[in-house]
Design a protein around this ligand. Structure first.
Ligand code: HEM
Length: 497
C-alpha cells in the first residue's frame, strides 16, 4: 500500500514481503530472463522495492507507449546510491532529467549527430582494417583484437591518441566499466533501498557496497580526469593533436576564457569526452564480438553476405563506407547483430516524474522503469524464430530493407528523449567491420592455443553490458587476393604509447 496514491490498482507482480518488499525476488544473474517470465501474462509488472517502486516493461508496445510517446514524463533517471558511490554519475545516461543533463546532451550531440559522424569514418575504416591483420596473425585472441580496434577508434577520436591495450588509460576504463556493469543490476545492492548502509564503515561485515565502491571508484575518476588533463596541458603548450577533447578545450578558451562559465563548460567537456570513451568502447565491442560468434554458428549467412560483397566490392580492394548503401544484406547483418544478442539486455532504466495511469493501472511517481529489451528483441511475433540469426527477416522480396519490419536499433539503443547519442557512430564502426571481415575471411569456430577445437554456443554473460561467452578462433583468408589485401593493411599501423 506504500505506493498507492490512487484508487486504481498497481500493475500486477510477485507478491511482496513486509518491509523487504520484492528485494529477495530480484534476479541477480541473467535478470532479463526472470523479467520475461514475470511479464509472460502481463506486459507491465510492478515490483515493490523499499524506497524504489519499480516497473518492468516486457513488450515493445508498452515501452514505446510510455518511454517514447510520454517521454515528457518518462525521461528521468532513478537516483542510484551505488552509481554515485562509484562516481559514475558523470555519465549522461545516469543523469536526472535536468538542465545539467540537457547541457551535456547538447554538447555530446554536436560532436556525434548523424551528419557529424562522417568525419570519423577514415579512422573507423583504418582501425577496422588493422583488426584484419591482427585476426590473421593471432586468431586465438580474437576477443582482444576486437576490443583493441574499437578502443583505438574511440580513444583516438576523443583524445587524439592510439593506445595499446596495456596503456594505463585503457586498463582504467576496463576496470571502471567492470564496476558499473556489476553496479547497475537492479536488486544487487541493498544500499539502493537502505541508503544508510553507505555510512557503515567498510570493515563491518555485510557492507559489500562500500568495499565495492572503494575498489572501483578511483578508476572511474582517473578515467575521466587523466586523459582530459593531459590534452589540456598539451593544448596550453600548443602541441595537442586534433581530437574532440582538444577542440572542446580550445572552444571553451575562445568563448568563455576568463569568465564564470569557463569552469562550468570545462566540467561538461571533460564529462562528454569521458562518456564517449566509457559508453562507446564496451558496447560496440560487445556487438562486434557477437557478430563474429554469429558468423561461426551460421555459416550460410556468411556465404550470402560474401556473395553480395563479391558483387559490389570485388576481389581487388577492401569495402568502403560508400559501398554499404549498395549492400542491403550487410546492412541486415548489422541489424540482426543488434537483435540476436542485445548489448544492454535490460536497457538503461528511466524514471517517471509524476503519477501516471497505463492500461488502467496506477504507475507511481518516481518509479524506476526497466525496459526488458532482450524480451522485446526475442519476441516471436516481431522476429519469428528469434534464436536464429536471420538477416533475411529485414529484407523484402526484392532483397531491399523492408521498412515494415521493426529495426532492432529502435529498441537496443533505448527510448525517447534518452535514446543513445552514439548510435550513428556505433553503427558505422560495426558496419565497416562486418563488411571488411566478411570480405576477406571465412569464420569458423577454429582451434584454441592448445590446438583443441573451440566449443561455441550463443550463451551471453555480463551485467548491464553483456558479451558472448565464447568467441570463434577460425579466421581463414577466403583467397590469395584476400590474404594480400589483409597484408597490405599492416603497412598502415600506428601506435602512441
Ligand atoms: C552497440 C553500441 C551501443 C549500444 C547498444 C548503446 C545503447 C545505449 C542505451 C540502451 C542507452 C540508454 C538509452 C535510454 O536511457 O533509454 C544509451 C545511452 C547513451 N549512449 Fe549508447 N549505446 C551504444 C554505443 C554508444 C556509443 C559508441 C556512444 C558514444 C560515442 C554512446 C553514447 C551514449 C550516451 C552519451 C548515452 C546517454 C544518452 C542520454 O541519457 O541522454 N553509445 N546507449
Amino acid at each position: 500500500s506504500r505506493w498507492k496514491r490512487s484508487r486504481l490498482p498497481l500493475p500486477p507482480g510477485p507478491k511482496p514481503w513486509p518491509i523487504l518488499g520484492n528485494i529477495l525476488d530480484m534476479p541477480l544473474v541473467r535478470p532479463w530472463e526472470k523479467y520475461r517470465e514475470w511479464c509472460q501474462t502481463y506486459n507491465v509488472i510492478f515490483l515493490d522495492l523499499p524506497m524504489n517502486p519499480t516497473v518492468i516493461l516486457g513488450s515493445t508496445k508498452a515501452a514505446l507507449d510510455l518511454m517514447d510517446k510520454r517521454s515528457n514524463i518518462y525521461s528521468d533517471k532513478p537516483t542510484s546510491t551505488i552509481i554515485k558511490m562509484l562516481s559514475w554519475d558523470f555519465n549522461i545516461a545516469f543523469m536526472p532529467y535536468t538542465n545539467r543533463w540537457r547541457a551535456h546532451r547538447r554538447m555530446f550531440h554536436q560532436e556525434f549527430y548523424q551528419g557529424m559522424v562522417k568525419k570519423y569514418q577514415p579512422r573507423q575504416r583504418k582501425q577496422a582494417r588493422m583488426a584484419l591483420s591482427w585476426l590473421l596473425e593471432d586468431p586465438v585472441n580474437a576477443r582482444k583484437h576486437v576490443r583493441q580496434f574499437i578502443t583505438s577508434i574511440i580513444f583516438s577520436i576523443t583524445y587524439g591518441k592510439v593506445t595499446s591495450m596495456e596503456h594505463e588509460y585503457v586498463t582504467l576504463s576496463q576496470t571502471a566499466v567492470e564496476g558499473v556493469n556489476l553496479a547497475a543490476i537492479p536488486g544487487v545492492w541493498w544500499v539502493e533501498y537502505f541508503p544508510i548502509l553507505k555510512h557503515v564503515p567498510s570493515w563491518v561485515p555485510g557492507t559489500a557496497s562500500k568495499k565495492f565502491a572503494e575498489k572501483y571508484q578511483p578508476s572511474v575518476t582517473s578515467m575521466v580526469n587523466k586523459p582530459y588533463a593531459e590534452v589540456k596541458a598539451a593544448v596550453s603548450e600548443g602541441i595537442a593533436p586534433p581530437s574532440l577533447a582538444a577542440s572542446l578545450i580550445e572552444r571553451n578558451l575562445r568563448e568563455h576564457g576568463g569568465t564564470d562559465q569557463e569552469a562550468v563548460y570545462n566540467e561538461i567537456a571533460k564529462n562528454v569526452a569521458g562518456i564517449a570513451y566509457a559508453a562507446g568502447a564496451d558496447t560496440t565491442t560487445s556487438a562486434a564480438s557477437s557478430f563474429l560468434l554469429a558468423m561461426a554458428i551460421f555459416p550460410q549467412v556468411q556465404k550470402r553476405a560474401q556473395a553480395e560483397l563479391d558483387r559490389v566490392v570485388g576481389p581487388s580492394r577492401l569495402p568502403e563506407f560508400e559501398d554499404l548503401a549498395r549492400m542491403p544484406y550487410i546492412q541486415a547483418v548489422a541489424m540482426e547483430t543488434m537483435r540476436w544478442m542485445p548489448v544492454i539486455p535490460f536497457g538503461v532504466p528511466h524514471a517517471v516524474t509524476v503519477d501516471d495511469v497505463y492500461n488502467g493501472y496506477h504507475i507511481p511517481k518516481g518509479s524506476t522503469i526497466i525496459p526488458n529489451a532482450w524480451a522485446m528483441l526475442q519476441n516471436e511475433d516481431d522476429y519469428p524464430k528469434p534464436d536464429l540469426f536471420r538477416p533475411e527477416r529485414y529484407l523484402d522480396k526484392n532483397g531491399n530493407i523492408d521498412p515494415t519490419v521493426r529495426d532492432p536499433g529502435t529498441i537496443a539503443f533505448g527510448f525517447g528523449r534518452r535514446i543513445c547519442l552514439g548510435r550513428w557512430f556505433s553503427n558505422n564502426t560495426l558496419s565497416i567491420f562486418i563488411a571488411s571481415v566478411l570480405h576477406v575471411f571465412d569464420i569458423t569456430p577454429g582451434v584454441d592455443s592448445s590446438g583443441k577445437p573451440v566449443d561455441i554456443d550463443a550463451e551471453m554473460e555480463g551485467g548491464l553490458i553483456v558479451n558472448p561467452k565464447h568467441m570463434p578462433c577460425g579466421f581463414e583468408p577466403r583467397s590469395d587476393s584476400a590474404r594480400r589485401l589483409i597484408k597490405e593493411t599492416e603497412l598502415d599501423s600506428d601506435f602512441d604509447e
